[in-house]
Ligand binder design. Structure first.
Ligand code: 15L
Length: 267
């Protein structure tokens, strides 16, 4: 069992799921967001700070032996926002980890938008295929993965870089039948990441056992994670509710879908 597990972005959709379901993993759960975390439970601590505030982030990371880093910008946005949250924020978090009296193990919520420009006909293996980010957000996640790798090689800080697909109760579009990740599968993955004796610094996709999946996680098989859910059970409902995209539309061509045709957001 961990002593202190930090969950960043704890007021977001994935962060609050972690708050609800990871309590058993640590004696104390330290929750972080900029606001909106309500009242701390008996084994919870709340730390409000912006990820771009270096000294606050370093103080927050001190003493945590596990970090689930869900915080930051989770969609495309203006560079100023992406940079503060996902570039400066990541650096501050890893500097906190490096300086901490306890070396943490880290779950980094990367994104499949690191490889969004790959065609939907390509099966990707993160140990073999190059990144092809589909926007500034995707670029920032590529940076995060590189940073995590450097802190592992130089300082031995272990991170699982999980390229999360689409974690919603149900896939809201046909594209997401391929990228869908159920909440149960995500929680099991986090549990495995903090349980294996040696983690190293794997890069893998956070995706359920979908018939339509594009991604091959065999290089991370040693984690012992076996996703159980399959988006196929939602297909007929989705077909009844939505017209699938045409073959020449971005949502049917690229793994990143409409992120690929989104422009640069001006500030
Ligand atoms: C992401 O990275 C986003 O955080 C999420 O909101 C979805 O848009 C997801 O990608 C996706 O592409 O389905």
């Amino acid at each position: 069992m961990l002593q202190k597990l930090l969950i960043t972005g704890a007021n977001g959709s994935l962060g609050s799921l972690c708050r609800q379901r990871l309590g058993h993993m640590a004696k104390t759960i330290r929750l972080n967001a900029r606001r909106g975390l309500g009242v701390a439970g008996p084994d919870e601590e709340i730390v409000y700070c912006d990820l771009s505030d270096k000294s606050a982030v370093e103080a927050m990371v001190e003493g945590c032996d596990g970090i689930v880093h869900m915080g930051g910008q989770a969609v495309e946005g203006p560079w100023k926002i992406v940079k503060a949250a996902n570039i400066d924020g990541m650096f501050n978090l890893y500097e906190g980890a490096r300086k901490s009296s306890v070396q943490p193990r880290i779950f980094f919520a990367s994104s499949h938008h690191t490889t969004g420009f790959h065609a939907q006909t390509t099966r990707l293996d993160p140990s073999k295929n190059p990144t092809r980010p589909d926007g500034l957000y995707g670029v920032s996640k590529v940076f995060g993965e590189a940073l995590a790798r450097m802190y592992y090689d130089k300082f031995g800080i272990e991170t699982a870089c999980v390229r999360i697909g689409s974690c919603f109760p149900e896939p809201p579009s046909h594209r997401m039948l391929s990228s869908w990740l159920s909440a149960d599968d995500m929680i099991c993955l986090i549990e495995r990441i903090f349980s294996v004796p040696q983690l190293g610094c794997p890069v893998l996709y956070g995706v359920s056992d979908n018939d339509a999946a594009w991604w091959d996680n065999s290089s991370a098989a040693y984690l012992g994670w076996r996703p159980k859910d399959n988006s196929e059970r939602f297909r007929s409902k989705l077909d009844a509710e939505r017209t699938p995209p045409m073959r020449n539309e971005p949502d049917a061509m690229y793994q990143g879908g409409l992120f690929c045709t989104d422009g640069i957001h001006e500030e």
